[in-house]
Design a protein around this ligand. Structure first.
Ligand SMILES: Nc1ncnc2c1ncn2[C@@H]1O[C@@H](CSCCNC[C@@H]2Cc3ccc([N+](=O)[O-])cc3CN2)[C@@H](O)[C@H]1O
Length: 276
């Protein structure tokens, strides 16, 4: 019985390979695959996008998650994951590894005409939050709070380099860690690295893919480390988190459209335990 341990150099080369594969990532194709119909269908609560938005809205509706700054880890070219957060934080910091994604986010913040239309998402979140908020208000509020869009590499012990002045009050991350980690060990290390960005007792809302091994983004075919519910729970516990809520969504056959082999989506509301 031999334990397969990776030598540091082997781990480095597979992480370098991930970074190389992302050079072909096409944000427009990625948005088309995951954030347009059929996956973005707001007519049914059974659809995956409304399910994700409801998980986030309900977590923030508890009133337990608030503070000065929230960091979104591996934002990609999307902002939907911040719509319910923006009422509870003064500043929201978006991050991504690729300049093309950071530029897509900046275009949206600037309200450029050809940027991605998130209005169906904003209208849906205003509806399910039930505060009678006008969607244009929420759009402007988020634009006003999204003041920093920073480069990040979750495989670095200091993922934001020396840019971060102090740990954030909360973290959000959607579909990033498993999609940038070659294996479970590097997934756990990436979680350890991003945890340094969070205050003790800070909250972490994590959404990700279950048992996914690849996804497409235009020319790019990206590898994903398949993780199960148990893998995610174990990684969080190993990194000193208490899990308040864990939910899973089973991808219906109608949403298995060939852009990935994801079998489900998980949502976790976890809290970083203070070191005793
Ligand atoms: N080293 C790094 N550190 C931080 N971020 C990094 C690093 N490398 C790449 N990145 C950055 O992380 C990436 C985040 S997008 C990852 C996509 N994950 C898979 C995809 C997502 C998805 C979405 C929605 C649904 N659904 O059913 O609704 C299913 C699925 C399943 N497929 C990308 O922005 C890259 O630019």
């Amino acid at each position: 019985f031999t334990v397969k341990t990776q030598s540091p150099s082997a781990a480095m080369s597979s992480i370098a390979a991930v970074g190389e594969s992302y050079q072909k990532f096409n944000p427009r194709a990625y948005l088309q695959n995951n954030y347009m119909p059929p996956r973005a269908d707001f007519s049914s609560e059974d659809c995956v996008v409304p399910w994700k938005l409801r998980c986030l809205a309900e977590a923030f509706a508890t009133g337990d998650i608030h503070g000065r700054t929230l960091i979104d880890i591996g934002s990609g070219p999307t902002i939907y994951q911040l719509l319910s957060a923006c009422d509870h934080f003064e500043e929201i910091i978006a991050t991504d590894y690729l300049e093309v994604n950071r530029e897509v986010l900046r275009q949206w913040v600037r309200g450029e005409p050809d940027s991605f239309d998130w209005s169906p998402y904003i209208k849906h979140v205003c509806r399910i939050e039930g505060k009678g908020e006008q969607w244009k208000e929420k759009e402007q509020k988020l634009r006003g709070k999204l003041r920093q869009i920073l480069p990040i590499d979750v495989h670095q012990p200091e993922p934001l380099g020396s840019q971060l002045c102090q740990p954030a009050d909360a973290l959000v991350s959607t579909f990033c860690l498993e999609a940038v980690s070659p294996d479970r060990l590097s997934f756990e290390r990436a979680l350890r690295n991003v945890t340094t960005l969070l205050q003790p007792r800070g909250h972490f809302l994590l959404i990700g893919a279950l048992e996914e091994s690849f996804y497409l983004a235009g020319e790019a075919k990206l590898s994903v480390v398949p993780v199960s519910e148990a893998d995610v729970k174990e990684a969080l516990s190993k990194n000193g988190y208490h899990i308040h809520d864990f939910r899973s969504y089973l991808m219906p056959p109608s949403l298995k459209i060939g852009v990935d082999d994801v079998s489900g989506v998980f949502f976790v509301h976890a809290q970083k335990q203070p070191v005793a």
